[in-house]
Design a protein around this ligand. Structure first.
Ligand code: SF4
Length: 445
């Protein structure tokens, strides 16, 4: 316990990667706050530095080592400074991190970051700790939200972790482990606390969120659709979203939830990765293009205005010009409201790693063409919203005085002029303009 006059210790936490890491970082900060730490945005102020890492991008581990190198000055000025590495690079590299960068004091994986507050007590006399066990459930049992803390209107809530799909390009099954779903009651209780203290919208997270298969109190397995219906019974909770889904787990009951549950927002992020069946097979995606398009058709029947988002990888080993054209065809066919696209880059340990690569210049060209097509569809989706009145969840102040930023049901940021007292409320906004990644409009008083 920190005395009233005692200065709080400071933690600087740098987060890389996806929303799941953002959720994990929030929980790390919260656990440390319960031990008397406060977050600082300045590393040179910190008593503790934690890097919460991601292994998805190219040369992820090298980027972490280079970031760590920057801290050697800080450590020589303040020998009491503790430095830790968490997340997927920590899981993949383990002891190697301390061998290569001895200024690191501890290494914890995505399933053991809940141990940080207690392991800090063990770091005496230069002792180092590496804890990269897979103990997903134990982690969640140890993560307690802070009663009375003010939460922002839009919150993430991890309901499922890990992946059993083993796409041939992806490290997630190795860094996050097999699919594990949290028990229903634990999720409902976390969602109730979040809404009691400020959340209006909750985004359910999972590497394969639609594979959610958690136990209820009678030990019966329940799917994501059931979980969404139970969550929607919470009064203060107005909006529910979920990411990221895999096509093979897109059940009819989940699709129908877009029709039957008005709290479920009309937004679906459903990666396809390639528009070629040949390439999907090489990627070990376990679905083909027609399965995917059929899901999109059914989702649109259930919720005609839905915003569909996707992920693409271009230049996967063996991708021909014709394969790439098929990707563009899918893109036109679906008319994505937004999509993420990347050049393929090999990840050590994955089955695609040794395969002969498409030349870099071709990957670059294909990415430029694909991103142009994605932009066209995104722009036309957004322009269709101009002139409409949308319910917007007001999230924060804008950079300009008197401006606030909210979120549309379709996930675009919406800029408009209004009092910041509206933060945390859902208000009607008349959309007047579409920018490349956002909308703006007028508050309908
Ligand atoms: S479904 Fe494929 S891409 Fe997604 S996390 Fe699992 S292995 Fe990775």
């Amino acid at each position: 316990m920190v005395g009233l006059l005692e200065e709080k210790k400071k933690v600087y936490l740098k987060t890389y990667g996806c929303q799941m890491n953002v959720y994990d970082s929030d929980r790390i900060i919260e656990q440390l706050a319960q031990k008397g730490f406060e977050a600082t945005p300045r590393e040179f102020d910190a008593d503790l530095i934690v890097l919460n890492t991601c292994h998805i991008r190219e040369k992820a581990a090298e980027k972490v080592y280079s970031e760590l190198g920057k801290y050697s000055n800080l450590k020589s000025k303040n020998p009491k400074l503790k430095i830790g590495v968490a997340g997927c690079v920590a899981q993949a590299e383990g002891n190697e991190i301390i061998k290569r960068q001895p200024l690191v004091d501890f290494v914890v994986g995505p399933q053991t970051y809940h141990t940080i507050p207690t392991l800090l007590e063990k770091l005496t006399n230069g002792q180092k700790v590496v804890d990269i066990e897979f103990s997903t459930q134990e982690k969640f049992e140890n993560l307690k939200l802070t009663e009375g803390k003010e939460y922002k209107p839009s919150q993430f809530l991890t309901v499922q972790e890990g992946c059993d799909k083993f796409c041939s390009f992806c490290v997630v099954p190795y860094t996050r482990g097999v699919e594990v779903s949290r028990p229903l009651s634990e999720i409902l209780s976390e969602a109730k606390t979040l809404t009691e203290y400020g959340a209006i919208e909750i985004t359910l997270l999972g590497q394969n969120v639609n594979a959610y298969n958690g136990l209820d109190d009678s030990k019966k397995r329940r799917d994501l659709s059931y979980l969404i219906h139970k969550l929607s019974e919470i009064d203060g909770l107005k909006r529910i979203r979920f990411v990221t889904s895999h096509p093979v787990d897109m059940t009819d009951s989940l699709i129908q939830t877009f029709r039957s549950n008005e709290k479920l927002m009309p937004y679906l992020h459903l990666p396809i990765q390639s528009g070629s069946d040949e390439i999907l097979k090489k990627m070990n995606r376990r679905h083909n293009v027609s399965d995917y398009l059929n899901i999109i058709k059914k989702v649109r029947e259930a919720r005609p205005d839905i915003a569909v988002s996707g992920d693409f990888i271009v230049g996967f080993p063996g991708e021909s010009d014709r394969d790439f054209e098929r990707t563009l065809e899918v893109c036109h066919n679906v008319g994505y409201a937004s999509a993420f696209s990347f050049k393929y880059s090999p990840r050590p340990g994955t089955t695609a790693f040794e395969k002969k690569e498409v030349p870099e210049y071709i990957k670059k060209e294909r990415l430029t063409v694909l991103q142009d097509v994605i932009r066209q569809h995104q722009s036309s989706f957004q322009k269709n919203l101009v002139g409409k009145t949308l319910p917007v969840l007001v999230e924060k102040k804008g950079r300009i005085e008197g401006q606030v930023i909210g979120k549309s049901p379709y996930l675009q940021p919406v800029f408009f002029s209004a009092a910041s007292a509206l933060i945390g409320k859902i208000v009607d906004i008349n959309i007047t303009r579409s920018e490349s990644n956002s909308l703006s409009g007028n508050f309908c008083e």
